[in-house]
Design a binder for this molecule. Sequence first.
Ligand code: ASP
Length: 404
Amino acid sequence: MPHKHAQILLIFIVIGVMLGITSGWMFGSTMVSVAWLGKLFLTTLKMLIVPLIISAIVTGVSSLGDIRKLGRIGSITIGYYIITTGIAVFIGLIFVNIIQPGSNLQFTTASIPDYIAEKENIGFIQIIESLITPNLVKSASETDLLPIIVFSIFFSAALTTLGQKGERAIELFSAINEVMMKLVVWVMYFAPIGIFALVASRLGEAGGGEAFWLEIQAVGLYVLTVLSGLATHILVLGLILTLIAKRHISYFINVTRALFTAFGTASSTATLPLTMECVRENGVDDRAVEFTLPLGSTVNMDGTALYEAAAVMFIAQAYGIEMSVTQQVIIFITATLAAIGAAGIPEAGLVTMVIVLNAVHLPLEGIGLILAVDWFLDRFRTATNVWGDSVGAAVVDRYLVKPS
Ligand code: ASP
């Protein structure tokens, strides 16, 4: 997208978010009538994802040339994910221990929906199992990206061994990839309207400003804890961006369109097409964009990890259950796994939180305490997730061996 257009679009997106908040706040449930516009935007983005990531990964991985280089880019990427997710959980635990949002809380337990209560545990083995699917088409139809990513990586690895025959196929995928990115740019022009509608209708669904404000106040300190933790982590990632990836504030500004989209859609998967376009516009090597970002959108969720740790500690405090250092280490590990296992869709983190609660034997009903404000916090943690992915691409870019 031309730079001038990108700047103007960003201004319109900011206006869209502000109008969304103001109208949802003032007109409440009336704004649910614009929900279809937001859904249209979200569906269009989702439509692009599967062909986009397949063509991007095939192009990106095969352009590494020697498939052994995949090991290098893969280990930098995974190393970055693990370290930054760990930092995020740590920040969450520090804030929740200092602020103690759950102590002295007056509450009545609400009932929790079945889809949360019935969530099965995710351990290391379940995560490995989720890498492979018996049916690619079914996974594609459910936007279950992880097995599709794994398949695409193996597919391109095999393709590079075919010599000339393989090259023709790679050219085709590369052309499809370019077409997909062009479509992304076109869809991006609708982002201001789409984001406006998503924000306004969701706030309307929550009953408008006054009703929503009451919900927030009931768990005000908890909201403050999560938001300050996320803000701190965003700054830490900024530091990594400057010191390790050697990038500047302009990188952040260029990615803001994707961050606002993440805020509007509450889905890092749906935002992926925009994240890729924005990071590419920042001059990040295609190989980093095409490999790191699709993978990151499904497994690298710093915001979700931070939130899960903070939320579980909050629930423990509200129930007056002391969490020892050992239990907090268990929370640290399981919150990291739960974030990896969470899909990049709205409120997925709330569902996988069951794993963390189970691990430290806390009552599942505790989720009822944070249910009402989860959709709101989800938007901030999704934006943090996308920011984490974008910084990751810059870090990988820095350590890629560039052709001379
Ligand atoms: N909505 C988040 C995402 O798409 C996941 C979560 O619920 O934390 O990244």
